[in-house]
Design a protein. Sequence first.
Length: 277
Amino acid sequence: MLANLNDVLKPARENKKAVGLFNTCSLELARGVLEAAEELQVPVIIGTAEILLPVASLETMADLLLPMADRASVPVVVHLDHGLKEETCKRALELGFSSIMYDCSTDPYEVNVQKISEMTNLAHSYHATIEAELGHVADNEGAGAVNDPTMYYTQPEQAKDFTDRTGVDALAIAVGTAHGAYKLPPKLDFDRIHQIASTIDTFLVLHGGSGLSDDDFHRAIREGISKVNIFTDINHAGAKAAYETYAAGKELVTDQQPAMVEAIKQATMEKMRLFNS
């Protein structure tokens, strides 16, 4: 059944649990994620990110994910992750996405506030939810990497001002994670998570979840995280399954697809069990 962030994150937070966002850009990823949720009977957030749109367009993913969400026996949020442009976010809402993230975190603070305020009004007019980012969650490598990520950590007082002025439903906070694969173990600022959670009532989101330890997840959720973003782990699981199937002499796509779906499903279930334990 199609749901939005408020539907799934409120009960998760009340029970000191979290809901995973698993990004997708193919049928195999979508099937693996949703089959995992169905088997465990837990809510899930599934979606795509603007950076993935060259692989599969927003229209393609809407056609794929929305009917699958409607048929599911568990609550499914169809979410646009890291929408970077206003027109992308608007298009996702028009297509029926039940949630969006508008990422203006690299803009000056007041610009971020203004853009998110306007997009919040639009999203709510569609009965959709909206996530923003304050501070900046950098990348582990490439153009988005930074030398000192602590310079971009979210400040609790600013988080209060930001959420009061924008009315945003969920807030991604910068507390030591990064997007992509980690070269060294990340060091999360759990005290900062606790301080922000104690300051605002908005649902808190942890980006860059792939590669964190079980203990990291458990403590982050205990301190106030309600949504965790995962992509690299399930993307690697599917690619590894395809490679191993091909190496074993099964060279057809129809041979590789079941193995990919199963590997993605198992990787997703592993995270879902963590978030619900």
